[in-house]
Design a binder for this molecule. Structure first.
Ligand code: ZN
Length: 465
């Protein structure tokens, strides 16, 4: 089954920044078979995009899916106050809640054009099992790539940490669970749909020993490392008091800086620390909406990009964002950088690149561009582009995700006639309702096969209660 998406503004995000203002993408099964402009190739089905912008699927480099169920709390709190109010709520999570939260959060992300999600899960109340398995199941059902993580907290309030003592774990059980999940869930190599990272939560909720042991086990298993870092001035003061150094100096002292590591936020970095990130290859998940919501500040994105630091975007958890909309985060990165450093601080294309190639580089996966032979994870912005100004529509656009059709789909009996006239010869039909239904996992088309998400959902077992 081949489908030609034609008449779109194709933004490939390749190394040369190639764009096809009146281009097409030919999708064969689950793969991009070809793309370009000019004469269109034959296809079983042709979808007229009407000038809509086509981008690679967006890559989310920092999230907490479980927080989808705990939005709108602690509205005017700083990070530590916000956390103290929410820890007791999060302590009630179980696998059923995690599954519902992940289904909702991942669907929101997919509708915003996001196809790859890193989820930082670090809340493991005692006796609650199957939390990571539940979110992985949700991702498989929705057809979204997921980099899940075994996060952790072992520094409770009684020992000078921030989380309550009944929400922290024993170090040995954290490491054993990490090893178990890596063995059961992690898929190595290109094309993986489920991978695992090791992600102790933060300097104020994890002991020095667990940070070191986490790095050792991750490097032994070949898994990437992630943590929150340098998010607020309060965190910096906490590190100075407890460890006698800044958060970045603390991380360097632990042996954490490296090409297998990325950190969320990094709002408060000195010029020397940016250089440390660049020279070590350490990446950054920039989460502007969450940082603004909690009054944490704005990360020095221009300086990070100029310093050749790997930078991607993250929506962060919905409890500090209220939504899971990654294309909105692209716009927020653009605006917050300009608010911090002036109108030249970031271009729209640079912001989009952070959300695609930047995120892919941070996660260490070779995705984030529209490319022949890659999976057909592309995003279409329904509103038509204005020449040279496609970015301005982000404020009002509706985005939908084109999910790949399963490779086993039956071929249509009649092939579409080869296009011979101009595009104006073919009556354009609105695809918005169809794409919206396709993104929602419903059957679309004229008797064709169900899209991938529906097929996967049908094949997946229901969550054990
Ligand atoms: Zn976070």
């Amino acid at each position: 089954m081949t489908t030609l998406y034609a008449g779109g503004w194709i933004v490939t995000c390749d190394d040369a920044g190639t764009e096809h203002p009146s281009g097409w993408v030919l999708v064969d099964g689950e793969l991009v078979a070809a793309l370009g402009d000019g004469e269109e190739p034959e296809a079983d089905e042709r979808v007229e995009l009407g000038g809509a912008v086509v981008t690679p699927g967006l890559v989310n480099t920092h999230h907490h899916l479980y927080q989808t169920l705990t939005r709108a709390r602690a509205q005017q709190a700083d990070l530590f106050t916000w956390l103290r109010e929410l820890y007791p709520v999060w302590a009630r999570i179980d696998a059923e809640a995690e599954y519902a939260a992940a289904r909702t959060g991942l669907a929101e992300l997919a509708l915003s054009g996001c196809t790859t999600v890193f989820d930082h899960h670090y809340v493991f109340p005692r006796g609650r099992e199957g939390l990571i398995e539940a979110e992985v199941q949700a991702a498989r059902e929705l057809g979204v790539r997921i980099v899940a993580s075994r996060g952790s907290m072992d520094l409770g309030a009684a020992d000078g940490g921030l989380p309550p003592d009944d929400l922290v774990e024993e170090l040995d059980s954290v490491l054993a669970e990490t090893e178990r999940l890596a063995g059961e869930l992690h898929e190595p190599g290109p094309g993986a749909r489920v991978q695992l990272a090791v992600a102790p939560c933060s300097p104020f909720s994890v002991t020095r020993r667990l940070m070191q042991e986490s790095a050792a086990i991750a490097r032994g298993l070949g898994l990437p490392l992630h943590t929150h870092l340098a998010e607020t001035r309060e965190e910096e003061a906490y590190c100075m008091e407890l460890y006698g150094c800044t958060p970045v100096e603390y991380l360097a002292d632990l042996g954490w800086l490296g090409a297998d590591v990325w950190c969320a936020h990094c709002v408060h970095l000195s010029a020397d620390e940016i250089q440390d990130f660049a020279s070590s290859g350490t990446g950054v998940a920039h989460c502007p909406t969450s940082n603004l919501r909690l009054g944490a500040g704005v990360a020095p994105v221009r300086q990070l990009v100029d310093g050749a630091v790997r930078v991607g975007l993250g929506v962060d958890g919905s409890a500090s964002n209220e939504r899971s909309d990654l294309l909105f985060e692209v716009k927020q990165a653009l605006l917050s950088a300009r608010g911090r450093d002036g109108p030249e601080a970031l271009t729209a294309r640079e912001a989009l690149r952070l959300g695609t190639r930047g995120g892919a580089a941070v996660l260490g996966v070779d995705i984030g561009r529209v490319r022949q032979s890659d999976g057909a994870f592309i995003s279409v912005d329904v509103a038509p582009a204005l020449p040279g100004t496609w970015n301005v529509r982000w404020a009002v656009a509706i985005r939908c995700l084109l999910l790949p059709v399963p490779a086993s789909a039956p071929r249509r009996s009649r092939r579409a006639a080869r296009r011979t006239g101009s595009r104006g010869d073919r009556p354009a039909r609105s695809r918005v309702p169809v794409r919206a239904r396709r993104a929602a996992g419903c059957r679309v088309g004229r008797g064709g096969s169900p899209p991938a998400a529906t097929a996967r959902a049908a094949a997946s077992p229901t969550l054990p209660r």
